[in-house]
Ligand binder design. Structure first.
Ligand code: SAM
Length: 287
């Protein structure tokens, strides 16, 4: 039975080990059993699953994962948490804790070694200071993934899920939606954590596309174009692309490309869908 996940037991274990929260590691531990159950449900964890947990903390979510998954690999940067995890996870034989920085681990080799290269699920209450680098690292390293279900800052979840025309739409929306389908499973208030963060949170599930809906000849060019258009959000797409040191295209060609695809030359990047960005990238890469 999972034992943490309520304020009383969390305080007890923190006191037992005289644990001191490290702000620099984004440590806000979950103390609400309903939220923990919601995360497990949103990720659709079953006894078939191999789960990578990023930042187990004192093992609160890890206990729920051990109860529901086949195997759990938890990567934690703070070595002060290791004796605590040994204690709180002692009842489980399907968990491995690795004391590493997730941004420095070769996740692909690790998964190949531990799960024979088969696809995994990632579940985490993420340290908010590195949300985007963690998610992009999982996607860009082509880790075999079924889904990624994570607690993130509410505004970040909204940006990941945003569609063209909304104020939250930007490079993060396009980057995430290129790889996965986002779904916000729950909004989570600050009082569900200890200590309370000074932002709202949300659980978002990113389900990886089996077959990418986007056919793009040059992925690198697509992402350089996306970055260039949103770096200068108030500029037209023509000027955004033309001013970017990452893109080497004469202005006439950019205008020709937009016209060929039926866009006005005054259009802004924020009006384009991912498919339209991909068509434009394909036009430029076949020049
Ligand atoms: N999973 C726990 C929970 O829900 O109560 C803790 C979540 S807390 C928001 C984030 C955790 O990530 C902390 O335990 C922190 O030490 C860990 N962490 C921070 N940076 C990390 C990194 N670069 N690699 C691995 N873990 C990290």
């Amino acid at each position: 039975m999972a034992e943490l996940g309520n304020p009383k037991n969390t305080i007890e274990i923190l006191n037992k080990y005289k644990f001191i929260f490290q702000k620099k590691f984004g440590q806000n531990f979950l103390i609400d059993t309903h939220v923990l159950e919601k995360i497990i449900r949103a990720a659709d964890i079953t006894k078939d699953d191999f789960v990578l947990e990023i930042g187990p903390g004192i093992g609160t979510l890890t206990q729920y994962l051990c109860e529901n998954a086949r195997e759990v690999l938890a990567v934690e940067i703070d070595k002060m948490l290791l004796p605590i995890l040994e204690d709180t996870l002692s009842a489980y034989d399907n968990v491995t804790v690795l004391n590493q920085d997730i941004l420095k681990v070769d996740i692909l080799s690790l998964i190949n070694e531990k799960n024979g290269g088969r696809p995994i699920k990632v579940v985490a209450n993420l340290p908010y200071y590195i949300t985007t680098p963690i998610i992009m690292a999982l996607f860009e390293q082509h880790i075999p993934l079924i889904n990624v279900t994570v607690m993130v800052q509410k505004e970040v979840a909204e940006r990941m899920q945003a569609a063209p025309g909304s104020k939250d739409y930007g490079a993060l929306s396009l980057a995430v939606q290129y790889y996965a389908k986002p779904y916000i499973a729950a909004n989570v208030p600050a009082n569900c954590f200890m200590p309370r963060p000074n932002v709202g949170s949300a659980v978002i599930r990113l389900t990886l596309h089996k077959d990418s809906p986007i056919k793009v000849l040059d992925e690198g060019l697509l992402f350089r174009m996306i970055r260039a258009s949103f770096n200068q959000r108030r500029k037209t797409l023509v000027n955004g692309l033309n001013n970017s040191p990452e893109i080497n295209l004469p202005k006439e060609d950019i205008i020709k490309g937009l016209t060929a695809l039926g866009f006005s030359e005054n259009i802004r990047g924020e009006a384009l869908t991912l498919e339209q960005f991909a068509s434009l990238a394909n036009y430029f890469s076949s020049l």
